[in-house]
Design a protein around this ligand. Structure first.
Ligand SMILES: Cc1cc2nc3c(=O)[nH]c(=O)nc-3n(C[C@H](O)[C@H](O)[C@H](O)COP(=O)(O)OP(=O)(O)OC[C@H]3O[C@@H](n4cnc5c(N)ncnc54)[C@H](O)[C@@H]3O)c2cc1C
Length: 292
């Protein structure tokens, strides 16, 4: 990208093969999926340097599919949020559907793709924290590469994808887990001088009054998320209802954990306190879950 382009060359390959051919000819091209972020960025900052060539990924057949697999589902990177909501009701984990349903408006969800939301590597993206909770993996493709990586590795540096400029996110693999108790919340404060956000995603599975799986992921600014597996495993195997004493101890350890996190993670005290409060409420919800 350099000076402001007067005319943008937009290419729309129909297959990954065709994409590879265009990339050889235009190695400096910028990828676009739904365009909801990219177009807004160039509208707001027209002097930031509009690229000469944009490759639209939205017509590539392989990137627009939702596939059922033995261990879960694979969602193509260019599947719009609205289609995940309409066709994924019975196969996509509820916590991800809840997160997608709160994204902006139906018209934004018609454009915005799941891949674009991930590729922003933004603390304000709604799908990231639920996908970390579900332990999603990403399929990456490039002219000379094809591999999978855990989403957690993709999210190491806020605002920057760990990909070569010729590589794309092709799909997201999500193990299908239907938890018995789940919560998704996003609390934002965008004010001067504070820029802060808290995303909270939690799930538990309960079998015969015993907690068999318990996870909480906290989303913040930098790092983008935190998870304490040691604390989580202290709940697994416990009978419900959880005792008040245990819940209070868990809350105290969460307080210490949040306080010890990098100061850039949840810079706002309101969000640090909210993380502890949401944890307490989630423990209460798990504790009062009825299996019969
Ligand atoms: C009015 C408005 C409200 C919004 N509200 C919310 C909200 O509430 N919650 C929320 O989470 N988001 C929100 N967003 C952000 C936005 O909708 C998402 O981030 C969207 O999912 C981006 O997807 P896209 O397909 O439009 O990406 P694009 O704009 O096409 O691309 C975004 C970036 O990702 C890159 N990219 C896209 N796909 C790929 C790929 N497959 N491989 C490699 N690189 C790729 C592009 O090069 C670009 O840099 C909002 C946006 C707008 C305009």
């Amino acid at each position: 990208m350099g000076k402001k382009a007067e005319r943008i060359n937009v290419l729309s390959p129909l297959s990954l093969r065709e994409l590879g051919a265009w990339l050889k000819e235009y190695p400096a091209a910028v990828f676009m999926a739904g365009g909801s972020d990219l177009i807004q960025k160039y509208n707001e900052h027209p002097h930031a340097g509009i690229p000469d060539t944009v490759i639209s990924l939205s017509q590539i057949d392989e990137l627009g599919r939702i596939k059922r697999k033995e261990q879960g589902i694979e969602i193509g990177a260019c599947v719009p949020m609205s289609r995940i909501l309409s066709t994924g009701q019975n196969i996509v984990p509820r916590i991800l559907l809840d997160a997608i349903a709160r994204i902006a408006t139906p018209s934004v969800r018609n454009l915005a793709t799941i891949g674009g939301n991930i590729c922003m590597v933004s603390p304000f993206s709604d799908v990231l924290v639920p996908l970390v909770l579900l332990e999603a993996k990403l399929e990456i493709r490039g002219p000379a590469s094809h591999f999978w990586m855990p989403l957690t590795r993709f999210l190491r540096t806020p605002g920057r994808m760990p990909l070569l400029s010729s590589e794309i996110l092709a799909s997201v693999a999500i193990p299908v887990i239907q938890p018995d108790v789940q919560v998704y919340r996003k609390l934002e404060v965008i004010s001067i001088p504070t820029l802060s956000v808290l995303t909270f995603a939690a799930m538990a599975r309960i079998f015969r009054n015993t907690v068999t799986d318990f996870r909480i992921v906290y989303g913040g600014l930098d790092p983008l998320f935190m998870r304490n597996r040691e604390l989580e495993s202290s709940v697994t195997g416990r009978k419900i209802p959880l005792s008040l004493k245990f819940r209070e101890q868990y809350e105290q350890k969460t307080r210490e954990f949040i306080q010890e996190c990098d100061p850039g993670f949840l810079p706002d005290r309101y969000h640090r306190n909210s993380a502890i409060r949401l944890t307490r409420l989630f423990l209460e919800k798990v504790s009062t879950y009825r299996t019969d």
